[in-house]
Design a protein around this ligand. Sequence first.
Ligand SMILES: [Mg+2]
Length: 201
Amino acid sequence: MRIYVDIDDVLCETAASLCGLAAREFDRHVEYENVRVFDLQQVFCLTDAEMARFAVLSHEPDCLKNFPLTEGAVEGLKSLRDAGAQVDILTGRPAASHQATEEWLASVGLGDFKVEYVDKYGRTFARHPDDPATVPLAALLQRQYDIAIDDSPVILKSLAGWSDTRVLVFDRPWNRSFALAPNMTRVIGWKGVLAACLPQS
Ligand SMILES: [Mg+2]
């Protein structure tokens, strides 16, 4: 069994942390439960200039390394691996975030999982020669995964065509209005992930 697992808001509490950043740095006060769309510029009512600064601040190593773990994520990933699954961590973060991302994974005990940077959102970022290669979305969709776990409605739209892959929609406020495709199942937390992936356990 080969499984794709996202990082932000699947392994860690990114949006909740960014609500804190928006409050501290931009005086925008939005409760996590009220993050109903995936576009944070819209959520926090940021001007283009504010959004540019928000994007920089939210990708600072100190920010990325302080995202709290999602409950059950570490045990969940290890359970999947112990059950014989090949688990690939596939993030839409820019490859430039690799050092902070990999330090965070190591700090929570997930340093031995493979992580790759996928151009999930068609964004272009400045690239340093030492950054790992970014996987194009089209290349990701050529791969064979039995299960994919993600929360972003943007990538979920692309995964709707991945008919041989069972897509687990990690329940978050911003994906609750997303219309699930036939290959999709909504899961609540890591208990839900494990129940879907390892139903016999
Ligand atoms: Mg995510």
